[in-house]
Design a protein around this ligand. Structure first.
Ligand code: KG4
Ligand code: ZN
Length: 399
C-alpha cells in the first residue's frame, strides 16, 4: 500500500509518499516507511508580519503544490514522463479539472501542466488534511488532491491534522529513525495519552487503541505555540517565536540580579485544559513596566525567554503526566511544532522517569507540519475514502 499525502493546513506546503506492508493492520507494529517527505516552508514570507498572513499563504500554496508534488514523486522515484500518444489532451477530464479549480487560476495552470506531463504514479490512494487549519489554505490542498484523484482515478482519504501529529510517532518508530534499535521494548502500547502542542492547538488525547482518539483537554484560548510566537513578538524576536525564544533561552545572563517570575496558568486546575493568554498578558505587562534600557537589553530578552519557555514546559509536563497517571496510560506519545523544543523533550522525559511510562516523541522535522504524518494517520485510523466531491475543508473541527 502506497499513499501520496498532502498537507496545506497552515503555512507549509507539503507532499509525501509513504509505504506500508500492512494496510489494514490494527496491530501496534504497523510498519510505515517514508519514501519522500517534501516541505516547502513559507517562514521568510510571513516573517515581516510576525505571523501567518492567510491570503499570502493561500497564494503560496497555489504556487507550490504542483512543484512540491513533483519533487516528492521524484525523490520516491515515482516520477515518470508520459509516453506521447495521439490523444494527448483528454478533454472531458480537463473540463472537470476546470470545475474543481475554477477559482484558482494559478493552481489550475500548474496542475494541468503537471498532469499532462507525467504518468500516473504507483500509489493506491491520496490522503489530504481537511481539518483543522486555515480554511483558505486547506482548500488549496483539497482542490489539488481532488484534481489528482479525478485525473488518476484514485480514492481520496480526508485526514484530521491533530491526529496526524500523533501518527508521526509511528513514522519515527519504523522508517524515519533508525536510532531506536530495540524496537520490541519500544512498542507503543495502549491505552496511550497523546499530547499535541502546536501553533494552533494544545490538546491532550486519550487513545484506547490504535487509530482511536478521545479529546480529554484543550486550550481555552491561545495554543502553546501561539504563546511562544506572540511573546517573542513582544520582545522583538523574529517569527516563528518558538525557535527564537528557545535560542535565547540557551544563552547565559550576565546580570544575575535580573529575576523574572511568570504565572503557570491552570497548572493546578484539576482538569486537562490549558490557557496561555494570561501568560502572554503577563509578559506584555512586565515588558511595559521596564525601563527602555532594561527591556531592550540582551539580558532581559534572555531572562524572559528562559522564563516563558519554562512556564510553558511546566504546564505541559504537569498536565501530560497527570493525564497519563489518571488514565493508566501504557505509553505517552507527543507531537506538534512545540515538541521540537529540545528543553521540553528533555524535561518531559526526565519527569516521566519516575512513572516509567514509555515516552515517544517524533524526530524534530516530523514534529513540525509535514505530509508524511498525514499519510500515516490515514493508515492508522483506517479512514474510509470518499468521492472527491464530498471532501470539504473545515477550519476548526474537533477530533
Ligand atoms: O505543528 P506546527 O508546525 O504547525 C501547526 O500546526 O501549528 O507548529 C508550529 C508552532 C509555532 O508556533 C512555532 O513557534 C512552534 O511550533 N515551534 C516551537 C519550536 N519550533 C517550532 N516552539 C518551541 N520550541 C521550538 N523549538
Ligand atoms: Zn500542525
Amino acid at each position: 500500500m502506497k499513499i501520496l499525502a498532502i498537507d496545506t493546513s497552515c503555512d507549509d506546503t507539503s507532499v509525501a509518499i509513504i509505504a506500508t506492508e500492512k494496510p489494514n493492520s490494527k496491530q501496534q507494529l504497523l510498519k510505515i516507511k517514508i519514501l519522500s517527505n517534501v516541505v516547502s516552508s513559507q517562514i521568510k514570507i510571513h516573517s515581516p508580519y510576525g505571523g501567518v498572513y492567510p491570503a499570502l499563504a493561500k497564494r503560496e500554496h497555489q504556487h507550490n503544490l504542483a512543484p512540491v508534488c513533483k519533487k516528492a514523486l521524484q525523490k520516491a522515484k515515482f516520477l515518470n514522463l508520459k509516453v506521447k500518444t495521439k490523444n494527448e489532451k483528454p478533454q472531458s477530464k480537463i473540463k472537470k479539472l476546470k470545475t474543481i479549480l475554477n477559482r484558482d487560476e494559478l493552481l489550475l495552470e500548474t496542475t494541468e501542466q503537471f498532469l499532462l506531463k507525467y504518468q500516473k504514479p504507483k500509489v493506491n490512494a491520496i490522503a489530504i488534511t481537511n481539518t483543522p487549519g486555515l480554511e483558505p489554505c486547506l482548500w488549496q490542498g483539497i482542490n489539488f488532491a481532488c484534481a489528482l484523484s479525478l485525473w488518476w482515478e484514485l480514492p481520496i482519504i480526508p485526514v484530521n491534522h491533530i491526529k496526524a501529529h500523533l501518527a508521526a510517532n509511528w513514522l519515527t518508530l519504523t522508517g524515519a529513525s533508525s536510532k531506536i534499535k530495540n524496537q520490541k521494548s519500544k512498542l507503543i502500547k495502549f491505552p496511550a495519552i497523546g499530547l499535541v502542542a502546536s501553533g494552533g492547538h494544545t490538546e491532550l488525547i486519550y487513545m484506547p487503541e490504535i487509530g482511536r482518539y478521545q479529546l480529554i483537554g484543550s486550550t481555552r484560548d491561545d495554543a502553546a505555540g501561539e504563546c511562544f510566537d506572540k511573546t517573542a513578538r513582544i520582545l522583538g524576536l523574529p517569527y516563528p517565536g518558538g525557535p527564537s525564544l528557545a535560542l535565547q533561552a540557551k544563552l547565559k545572563i550576565k546580570n544575575q540580579k535580573l529575576k523574572i517570575k511568570l504565572p503557570r496558568p491552570m497548572i493546578n486546575s484539576g482538569d486537562f485544559d490549558f490557557s496561555f493568554s494570561g501568560l502572554k498578558t503577563a509578559v506584555l505587562y512586565n515588558f511595559q513596566s521596564q525601563k527602555k534600557s532594561v527591556r531592550e537589553s540582551k539580558d532581559y530578552k534572555i531572562a524572559m525567554a528562559k522564563e516563558i519557555q519554562q512556564a510553558i514546559i511546566d504546564v505541559l509536563v504537569e498536565k501530560t503526566l497527570k493525564a497519563a497517571q489518571q488514565f493508566k496510560a501504557k505509553s505517552i506519545i507527543t507531537g506538534g511544532g512545540v515538541m521540537a523544543n529540545k528543553e521540553l523533550r528533555r524535561q518531559l522525559k526526565i519527569q516521566n522517569l519516575e512513572l516509567k511510562i514509555p515516552f515517544f516523541v517524533p524526530k524534530k522535522s516530523l514534529c513540525l507540519d509535514n505530509a508524511a504524518m498525514v499519510g500515516a494517520e490515514s493508515l492508522l485510523s483506517n479512514t474510509k475514502s470518499k468521492s472527491w466531491q464530498k471532501i470539504k475543508a473545515s477550519g476548526n473541527l474537533k477530533l
